[in-house]
Design a protein around this ligand. Structure first.
Ligand code: ZN
Length: 193
């Protein structure tokens, strides 16, 4: 898949004034990156690869920890004055928004997140990371310190050629609602708690 950087602008936020970069992939998907400071030097860049979660990122959902994770990454990068967040539009672990809502409806009946996706006929995690490598490259990022608790993401990004110097623990507070989801991520998907 090819992806290209189309345009960039300033994005003032409560945390810092980021640069916002718009990317277009050849499958028509639009992705964005937030950057702060000069990320093109050889000094490792604090980075987060975040997959879109409309319910968590924009609707304050307590069913997952995506919103707090995104906010925490923005704060850490703002504190440091330098870093990069790739925001990949692969909603619901790649199954799409409507299917994610369907999976939630299955969970309402008592299934966990992995079982719910399997019932719907999808693999537990369909996200692809090859575009992330290309986005980092086009932004001029040489090597990163990755904010994540997910060993699969670490491996997937390494496999596609992202130069990860270090994993930086990225823990956020859990709520009563997200506790079960996070426990499932830890037990079934190998997340580090
Ligand atoms: Zn989420």
């Amino acid at each position: 898949m090819t992806i290209k950087l189309v345009t960039s602008t300033v994005l003032p936020t409560p945390f810092a004034e980021f640069r916002l970069h718009g990317f277009l992939a050849d499958n028509g998907k639009e992705h964005v990156a937030l950057t702060l400071g000069d990320i093109t030097t050889s000094e490792p860049v604090l980075a987060r690869v975040h997959s879109e979660c409309l319910t968590g990122d924009a609707l304050f959902s307590l069913r997952c920890d995506c919103g707090p994770q995104l906010e925490s990454a923005m704060r850490k990068i703002a504190d440091l004055g330098r870093g990069c967040i790739l925001y990949l539009r692969q909603e619901g672990r790649g199954i799409g928004l409507i299917n994610k809502i369907r999976a939630y409806a299955e969970q309402d009946k008592g299934l966990d997140t992995v079982e719910a996706n399997e019932i719907l006929g999808f693999l537990p995690d369909m996200r692809e990371y090859d575009i992330a490598a290309k986005m980092f490259e086009q932004l001029g990022v040489q090597q990163i310190r990755l904010l994540t608790n997910n060993p699969r993401k670490l491996k997937a990004l390494t496999d596609v050629g992202v130069n990860i110097l270090e994993r930086v623990q990225h823990r956020v507070k859990t709520t009563a609602h997200s506790h079960r989801y996070l426990a499932t991520k830890a037990a079934k998907m190998g997340h580090m708690e």
